[in-house]
Design a protein around this ligand. Structure first.
Ligand SMILES: Nc1ncnc2c1ncn2[C@@H]1O[C@H](COP(=O)(O)OP(=O)(O)OP(=O)(O)O)[C@@H](O)[C@H]1O
Ligand SMILES: [Mg+2]
Length: 367
């Protein structure tokens, strides 16, 4: 069986431990700090947070995935449903009691047989419903210590009453000084709108915690072990190629490992050539999306992107860059960069412009 997992939260044997980050985050959680976890896509933010909170004794995780939340009712439903994982039947009954005006109903998960709880979308209609749900969390927190995780928090901005919801959340959270809240988000600019804009109720309300590249030697050991579990062997140098190609981004590393595993057979010793074949397999899966993204660019944007994809490219605003890529002036470069950042194709990090998706960079490089 393929020993690599991506596109989901990983734990146990699929999770490469990040002890120092876990320690730092754990200390913040234990002291009741509210934290906003930021970092590029697929870096391992959610997995790190879940792993860290689960490892803390005496603190229960209330994990709410707000991905694609569209209304107040939806928000309440997601929070109430999340409590089903936090306790036994009596805990759920208490939850139901605490949100009774939202007309809670119990159901049983068809696949797992586990009890779940939901609320009536029509009953949970306005900001008072959000307050009721937050009061439910406050009530539970008086009896047991919780760490509340709001993942994909930026999607709250899509609720029509987003401003009122954010204001109400913020004021309720303020009265829970011993309950740590962790806000996670993958859409950088929208998270900034919530936490860095002086007009937002969440302005400076949480400590910022960055999740960047995974530590190289720990990841190398981890991957050698996973290849071994999948009946393949690989040396450190070849793992280094995988890490560099995937820009040290955890999810992309596991994806490239998965395709490399697929193109090789049992007992095989993996070479750089196999990794190149693995990368071709990634392209085969993603080429339609890549072609569509590239096709929507203007000529200048495409040239700038090709320039950035070159590993030895000179400074983007230099005369040499303009000349090499046939761009008329610095103003055009700057406009193209802004647009590419807005469309989340690239991002700026320490003055450098990096691709959000390293496989797209490799694909552009080959064009
Ligand atoms: N510590 C880790 N060890 C091994 N693989 C990891 C680790 N953390 C993350 N991954 C890989 O990255 C993928 C994405 O992880 P996760 O969902 O935690 O990242 P994320 O930063 O929250 O992503 P998103 O930006 O999509 O929300 C996982 O499916 C897994 O393949
Ligand atoms: Mg995530």
């Amino acid at each position: 069986m393929n020993p690599f997992k991506y596109g989901c939260v990983v734990a146990g044997e699929n999770y490469c431990r990040r002890p120092e980050l876990q320690r730092q985050l754990g200390e913040l959680v234990k002291s009741g700090q509210n934290v906003v976890v930021q970092g590029p896509r697929r870096m391992g933010k959610t997995s790190l947070v879940v792993e860290t909170v689960n490892s803390l004794r005496g603190i229960a995780l209330l994990y709410v995935d707000l991905f694609s939340v569209k209304s107040v009712g939806d928000f309440c439903r997601k929070v109430v449903a999340a409590t089903a994982k936090c306790g036994k039947r009596s805990f759920l009954e208490r939850t139901a009691e605490l949100v009774k005006s939202l007309r809670p109903v119990f159901t049983v998960d068809r696949d797992t047989g586990a009890p779940t709880i939901s609320v009536d979308l029509k009953a949970a209609r306005n900001v008072e419903s959000v307050e009721e749900v937050m009061d439910m969390i406050a009530s539970h927190s008086a009896a047991k210590r919780f760490c509340v995780v709001f993942d994909e928090f930026q999607d709250v901005l899509d609720i029509p009453e987003a401003d009122a919801v954010l204001a109400s959340l913020r004021s309720k959270i303020q009265f829970l000084p011993d309950t740590p809240f962790i806000f996670l988000g993958s859409v950088r600019n929208r998270m900034r709108d919530i936490f860095d804009s002086p007009r937002s109720p969440f302005f400076k309300s949480a400590i910022s915690f960055g999740v960047e590249r995974i530590e190289e030697s720990a990841m190398t050991d981890f991957l050698i072990g996973r290849f071994r579990a999948g009946n393949r062997s690989i040396d450190r140098e070849t793992v280094g190629k995988i890490l560099a190609t995937a820009d040290y981004i955890s999810g992309d590393i596991q994806e490239l490992c998965e395709t490399t595993w697929l193109v090789t057979g049992d007992g095989h010793r993996i070479s750089a050539g196999d990794v190149a074949k693995g990368l071709e397999a990634v392209f085969a899966r993603e080429s339609r999306a890549f072609i569509s993204t590239f096709g929507k660019l203007t000529a200048v944007q495409a040239s700038v992107l090709k320039g950035l994809a070159d590993p030895d490219h000179c400074k983007v605003f230099s005369g040499e860059f303009l000349e090499t890529y046939g761009i008329r002036n610095v103003g055009s470069v700057s406009k193209a960069l802004k647009r590419l950042i807005r469309d989340e194709i690239i991002y700026e990090f320490n003055g450098e412009y990096l691709f959000e998706n390293p496989f797209f960079r490799e694909w552009v490089r080959r064009r």
